[in-house]
Unconditional design. Structure first.
Length: 540
């Protein structure tokens, strides 16, 4: 009897260990962290171009290249048309190759489900979906013409996508449930209606004339004082009515059409995410193609998980763990703020790749406790070891244990400098830091170039103690002052060392003083250099 009880307890213990090994999200202070193998994990990533993951020969060269760029995570699409080429016949060969090649380089994967929608369209739906218009209907425009977008108002569309996604998650669990190579899933890609703000047709119009679902109304009532301004203003137009159809509650315009479409997009995606989690409970997110350049609904992928529709998506898709922006258009800092709101962790799954990217990574992690940062088409490089992002990721990898230990505790700040913003001011602990672009000194190489040609620079600062700080970045000059100033107070640099972290332990390499600190006037990392410096301050 004792032996039987011991075996039961042993099995229970091992089942708990296995359950805990699945990556999950955890709150720390105001931050949300991704936990992988029971440790906080920062995604220093990059996303593959859309068709790269379909080239099994190229993948064998791509993963070593990405490892040389100091990535720890690769975002890779998986394609419905190749996973289920015939209905109920599944082929996961490409998924297996991705996982195998990632493991060879000790890289993690975020898999992107290109299912019903990719950049609004249904281009990755299998041929048996595309050629059966009666069973799997497309969207209708207001003039009755179809668009190659699977409608959300079809149970057959939803059932087919959900079935394929469940099969994918079951396969990932079977082959990766212990190793945890795959750490997050993205459901669909840049969802949105185009070229109109919503769908039309008999079935859709009936839904539009129905009362707004009680789940959304209850969410708005509960969160009325904290709704996104756009939704709050639309609802206020009806005097915060609690019953009626979409136009009754939100008015008669294309923005109401978009809210309607967003709700049903969210409900559709929620069912898929929920079904996948029931099989293998990995964290799940959706990404957004942003509504930039003052475009109106219909001119951008409307109804997707956009900044002004976050409340609709939270209410309609509670199984989605976080919502992420694909940041290509300016202003970068604006979009970071919009998505690092209401306890939504900032994760950037796509952003423009280039020399500017390295500085933006420091800013995202330092200012917004970002979960991850991932430029798009990351494989497009001939010299991975020379990429500026490689240098940023090298420093961020060293800092990862320290950064994750203080995330959410208001102990970090970030700065991002460019031709339209050459100076910044941040407060951290008892000090104010006046930060300027390295070229503003005047003697730096390149400072005589036209300002619009100055490189983007940036850094993050971490407070260690009341008077000790870490700065990591490129092209910044930092002048400290006491936060509580008087006519007879100033801040001095007690010491400044350039160094590195090894296994979380600081190793000083070079004491900086004299010309390197302008005789004690500032902390400096020159443009083109990528460094970590530890400095101590004092007040006099």
């Amino acid at each position: 009897m004792k032996i039987k009880i011991f075996i039961i307890l042993l099995l229970f213990t091992w089942s708990n260990i296995f359950a805990q090994s699945i990556p999950y999200l955890k709150k720390q202070g105001t931050a949300t962290q991704l936990i992988v193998n029971e440790k906080p994990y920062l995604i220093l990533g990059g996303e593959l171009g859309n068709s790269v993951a379909a080239d099994t020969i190229k993948l064998k060269t791509v993963f070593p290249q990405l490892k040389a760029m100091n990535l720890n995570t690769v975002l890779a699409p998986v394609y419905w048309e190749l996973i289920e080429p015939k209905e109920d016949t599944f082929d996961f060969a490409l998924v297996d190759v991705l996982i195998r090649e990632a493991r060879k380089e000790n890289l993690k994967l975020v898999l992107l489900w290109f299912g019903s929608w990719k950049n609004s369209m249904s281009c990755y739906a299998p041929s048996w979906i595309k050629t059966d218009r009666k069973r799997f209907p497309y969207v209708e425009k207001s003039d009755g013409k179809p668009v190659e977008i699977m409608t959300v108002f079809s149970e057959e569309n939803l059932k087919a996508d959900k079935k394929a996604y469940i099969a994918l998650m079951q396969h990932i669990k079977n082959i990766d449930g212990k190793e945890n190579t795959v750490i997050i899933m993205q459901v669909e890609n840049e969802i949105g209606m185009i070229p109109e703000a919503r769908e039309y047709g008999k079935i859709t119009d009936k839904y539009f004339k129905n009362n707004v679902p009680s789940e959304l109304i209850n969410y708005m009532k509960t969160n009325r004082e904290d709704l996104q301004p756009h939704l709050s203003e639309k609802w206020a137009s009806s005097g915060y009515a609690e019953k009626g159809n979409w136009e009754t509650l939100f008015g008669n315009d294309t923005y109401t059409d978009e809210i309607f479409q967003a709700w049903y997009f969210a409900r559709y995606v929620n069912e898929i995410a929920q079904a996948g989690k029931s099989v293998y409970n990995l964290p799940v997110f959706v990404n957004a193609a942003l509504n930039t350049r003052d475009r109106k609904p219909g001119a951008y992928p409307s109804g997707g998980p956009l900044a002004h529709l976050l409340d609709i998506w939270r209410a309609g898709a509670p199984s989605i763990d976080f919502i992420s922006p694909d940041i290509y258009d300016p202003p970068f800092d604006y979009w970071c703020r919009q998505y690092a709101a209401k306890e939504n962790p900032l994760f950037i799954p796509e952003t423009l790749r280039g020399n500017h990217t390295a500085a933006r990574a420091f800013y995202a992690f330092g200012e917004y406790d970002a979960m991850g940062f991932c430029p798009f088409a990351i494989e497009l490089t001939d010299n991975p070891s020379e990429e500026s992002l490689q240098k940023s990721y090298e420093l961020l990898d060293q800092l990862s244990p320290l950064l994750t230990s203080v995330q959410g505790e208001n102990e970090t700040k970030g700065c991002w400098l460019h031709s339209e913003n050459l100076r910044d001011t941040v407060e951290l602990g008892d000090y104010i830091f006046y930060i300027s672009h390295d070229y503003t000194l005047g003697w730096s190489p390149g400072s005589k170039d036209a300002k619009e040609n100055w490189p983007e620079t940036g850094a993050l600062i971490i407070r260690l103690t009341d008077n000790e700080f870490i700065v990591a970045g490129t092209g910044v000059v930092i002048r400290p002052e006491p936060k509580k100033q008087s006519e007879k107070s100033a801040a001095g640099i007690l010491s400044c060392d350039r160094g590195k972290f090894e296994n979380g332990i600081w190793i000083p390499i070079q004491r900086l003083n004299g010309d390197e600190t302008h005789q004690g006037r500032h902390i400096r990392i020159p443009a083109g250099d990528f460094d970590i410096q530890r400095f101590s301050l004092y007040k006099y």
